[in-house]
Design a protein around this ligand. Structure first.
Ligand SMILES: Cc1cc2nc3c(=O)[nH]c(=O)nc-3n(C[C@H](O)[C@H](O)[C@H](O)COP(=O)(O)OP(=O)(O)OC[C@H]3O[C@@H](n4cnc5c(N)ncnc54)[C@H](O)[C@@H]3O)c2cc1C
Ligand code: SF4
Ligand code: SF4
Length: 400
């Protein structure tokens, strides 16, 4: 198969330059430096299918399958293939690239939660979608609406394994029943872009991606860096606000070992300042987040993007009410969809600015995440980030 490479990338910030970076650079600058989130953007777009990925505890990181040049180089890359670095939302100046593509400008230094047009608190009008949704059920309602109105054919979301209701796995949802079955949040990692493979097998080409910022920044980066046809199936991007995901081991090692809470008996979980767990027997438990930090997944530790800043619409659960979705409308397409959903009564919406606590947390948690971005990496995500306030004893407080 011959892959035609575009010669140059139009500038995100400055003059056009020839894009030659391939797996070798991705491996040296992202995968082995702690920047890799495990989003699987490179995996699903590699035109030669030579990037492997294990969706399992302690893995969630890409590796090269062919060994001719060792694990740190790619024979196709040596011949000119550069798709993986064009698709990687942590490679070099990814934030300005995605900003420029989506919004025609980079974020202002004070725009901690990224660029947006409208802020709403929303909830699905349909009771079942509202109940099964993690917060207001907006994501479930929106995916259903997008299929009904022929914007997309299917969505890349997170389902669970047949024998384990809390082991997340990437799933392609094609109708309202499958969308409803995958509602709610799992707080372990799920590389939803991997569901693109199922879509390809089924001949589906018009898709929505649901994912945390680490995943939803990948399509705009691909488009900006002219990755070509691999970026075409991503028609609508729904972001999930996220501070971190946890290792799967948190279930046996903390929840069960210390609190006697067995995974199979859990009914729902949420994070609202504390880790909240509802059990099937009706009991409710709160676990201090500080205790959970030891199980933070490696790929989240350097992530600067709390607010999923490059989605069409980003969604979260912060604020005073438990059953509304904080809805950040970012792109023109996102605005068109949300405005139509409000107008036809699919969702109920009220201005999010009414909820001062939600606004405070959105800014604060965005700042906390941006402070994690390491100094050796491209500086854009750290621009404008205020330093932590010193404590009375002159030391800086812990990040989280
Ligand atoms: C790991 C994680 C961490 C989060 N952290 C925060 C936070 O700190 N603050 C905050 O305000 N909001 C956070 N959220 C977002 C919040 O939990 C809700 O997903 C969001 O408010 C949308 O609610 P909803 O009722 O509209 O979504 P729903 O209608 O319930 O739809 C949720 C969608 O998320 C998908 N999904 C579920 N779990 C995962 C996963 N692990 N990976 C990828 N996709 C998944 C589902 O497949 C579904 O499509 C987080 C979400 C996740 C998955
Ligand atoms: S250089 Fe091309 S073939 Fe090699 S890993 Fe990257 S995308 Fe795949
Ligand atoms: S951040 Fe995503 S695209 Fe980049 S190397 Fe890691 S898995 Fe691949």
């Amino acid at each position: 198969m011959t892959i035609t490479e575009p010669a140059a990338v139009p500038p995100a910030t400055g003059k056009a330059e020839r894009w030659t970076a391939q797996w070798k650079e991705l491996y040296a600058e992202v995968i082995t430096t702690g920047l890799c989130t495990g989003c699987a953007g490179c995996v699903v777009t590699c035109p030669h299918d030579v990037i492997g990925y294990e969706h399992a505890e302690g893995k969630y990181i890409p590796f090269h399958i062919e060994e001719e040049l060792g694990l740190d180089n790619c024979i196709h890359g040596e011949k000119g293939c550069t798709t993986c670095t064009r698709a990687c939302p942590r490679f070099r100046a990814w934030e300005p690239a995605a900003d420029m593509h989506l919004f025609g400008r980079v974020r202002e230094p004070d725009e901690m939660a990224g660029i947006w047009q409208d802020l709403w608190l929303t909830r699905a009008a349909n009771d079942e979608q509202h109940q099964k949704g993690q917060d207001g059920g907006l994501v479930t309602a929106m995916l259903t609406w997008l299929i009904d109105h022929d914007y997309i054919e299917a969505a890349m979301v997170s389902g669970v394994e047949d024998d384990d209701a809390w082991k997340a796995k990437p799933v392609l949802a094609r109708n309202k029943e499958e969308i409803l079955a995958t509602a709610g949040s799992r707080y372990t990692y799920c590389a939803n872009p991997l569901a693109l493979r199922d879509a390809k097998e089924q001949g589906l080409t018009r898709l929505a991606l649901v994912g945390m910022g680490c995943q939803t920044s990948s399509p705009p980066v691909m488009w900006d860096r002219k990755a070509g046809k691999v970026g075409k199936p991503f028609l609508f991007n729904i972001g999930l606000l996220c501070s971190k995901t946890f290792d799967d081991a948190i279930f046996p090692e903390l929840f069960e070992a210390k609190y006697g809470l067995k995974k199979q008996d859990m009914a729902k979980m949420n994070i609202k300042g504390v880790f909240q767990i509802w059990m099937k027997d009706g009991s409710y438990h709160e676990i201090n987040l500080k205790e959970c930090h030891a199980w933070t997944r490696e790929g989240c530790k350097n992530c600067p993007d709390f607010a999923a800043e490059h989605a069409d619409v980003s969604t979260g659960g912060i604020g005073e009410d438990n059953d509304w979705t904080l809805t950040i409308v970012r792109t023109e397409l996102g605005k068109e969809v949300i405005d139509r959903m409000i107008a036809d009564g699919t969702i109920i919406a009220r201005p999010a600015q009414e909820d001062k606590e939600a606004m405070r947390l959105l800014r604060l948690l965005s700042i906390v995440s941006r402070r994690r971005w390491p100094e050796f990496a491209d500086r854009a995500p750290a621009i404008g980030v205020p330093p932590p306030k010193k404590k009375a004893d002159g030391t800086a407080p812990a990040a989280h």
